[in-house]
Design a protein around this ligand. Structure first.
Ligand SMILES: NC(=O)c1ccc[n+]([C@@H]2O[C@H](COP(=O)([O-])OP(=O)(O)OC[C@H]3O[C@@H](n4cnc5c(N)ncnc54)[C@H](OP(=O)(O)O)[C@@H]3O)[C@@H](O)[C@H]2O)c1
Length: 336
């Protein structure tokens, strides 16, 4: 029997890399990955991935890269905006239009999402499953309370675009909302900080005693979720999965971190003003503080009843990361 083909967008990144590794081990499948710069990633070719040059800005390159796909894992990168920071001209042009950098990033992410959807719609002769990495619609689920969580809302926008304008593709599509990356916890603004009394504080944007956060370790876990969405009869097209390896409140995460290190550790909510004080640019502080407030007040998926945990779908999701194991495995030397 001929091998099936999965095309992985973002194969050089955390989510796509994981999807590629899981499908390389899946009998009967071959993996094609797309990147803007194949020459920079010879190790991926050595692992058996067919690397193809394509750019989410360039629809023709996507048509070529998706040709013959039986499954596609589709992801966009809102945080390419960090690359923009290296090019002040892009900020200047956004400013001239009276836009904030995150608005420009969302617009670009929406174009990328729509380009992938359009290119995938040309592959209906072979395509069985289009798995879209997406996030929830903040404005909708918070009933307009939060308007600046744009790294969620752009993804929700092109998911809707797919459902409304590409009914044949939608019949073969499933949706993955990845939870909060465990690695977010070690960034400079929100990592654990030792206090004078020897205890620790982890500061985090969001409210105290909020909704549980779905934590995930994308380089390990993503492929297992996508495998279930592509292969499991229990996750038919149209399924929406929340991808996580541990579900706990900020307070529970801090207590677990403290237990692992034999110290007291408590959660301290950060707000927009605090984020600006610790040196974040205002647009970024607004983006991430609204994200923290939305996800702790309404939940990561905003309470969307269509979103299912893997166990609610009844699918096997392979060996996911343990949050405690992840904490034990990280190097916290500089913090301790
Ligand atoms: N941080 C979190 O807690 C969290 C949670 C859920 C979802 N997310 C979302 O996850 C996404 C990032 O995924 P990730 O962590 O896997 O990213 P990553 O590790 O930073 O990798 C980004 C990938 O996107 C590819 N890419 C970017 N722009 C491209 C373009 N124009 N054309 C083709 N490929 C392009 C890159 O490919 P090349 O550079 O090789 O071309 C790379 O493979 C973001 O949109 C973020 O909002 C984050």
């Amino acid at each position: 029997m001929a091998e099936k083909l999965i095309v992985v967008v973002g194969v050089t990144g955390q989510q796509g890399g994981s999807v590629a590794r899981v499908f390389l081990d899946e009998p009967g499948w071959r993996v094609r990955g797309i990147t803007r710069n194949p020459e920079k990633h010879p190790h991926l070719m050595q692992q058996g991935i067919e690397l193809v040059q394509a750019d989410l800005d360039d629809p023709a390159s996507l048509d070529k890269a998706f040709t013959g796909a039986n499954a596609i894992f589709a992801i966009t990168d809102f945080w390419e905006v960090k690359q923009f920071l290296k090019d002040p001209k892009i900020f200047e042009s956004a400013e001239k239009l009276g836009k904030k950098p995150n608005e420009t990033a969302m617009e670009l992410e929406i174009v990328h999402g729509k380009n992938m959807i359009h290119a995938a719609s040309h592959q209906l002769a072979t395509l069985d499953r289009f798995v879209l990495s997406t996030l929830s619609d903040t404005a909708k689920w918070s009933k307009g309370e939060f308007k600046w969580n744009l790294h969620f809302d752009g993804k929700a926008h092109f998911e809707q675009h797919l459902k409304q304008h590409y009914p044949e593709l939608a019949k073969r599509s499933s949706y993955l909302q990845m939870g909060s990356y465990l690695s977010n916890r070690v960034s400079e603004h929100v990592g654990p900080k030792r206090q004078e009394d020897g205890s620790f504080v982890i500061r985090r944007l969001g409210i105290a005693n909020g909704k549980p956060i779905p934590y995930v370790n994308p380089p390990n876990d993503t492929g297992h979720f996508v495998r279930a969405l592509v292969l499991s009869p229990k996750a038919p097209p149209g399924s929406s999965m929340l991808g996580f390896c541990g579900l706990m409140t900020n307070e529970e995460f801090c207590a677990l971190w403290g237990k692992v290190h034999g110290v007291q550790c408590r959660f301290q909510p950060l707000g927009y003003e605090d984020a600006v004080k610790v040196g974040m640019q205002e647009w970024m502080a607004e983006e991430v503080s609204q994200s923290g407030l939305y996800t702790t007040k309404y939940g990561w998926h905003g309470g969307d009843p269509e979103m299912k945990h893997p166990e609610e779908l009844g699918v096997e999701v392979g060996k996911l990361t343990s949050v405690e194991g992840w904490i034990r495995g990280e190097d916290w030397g500089d913090v301790m």
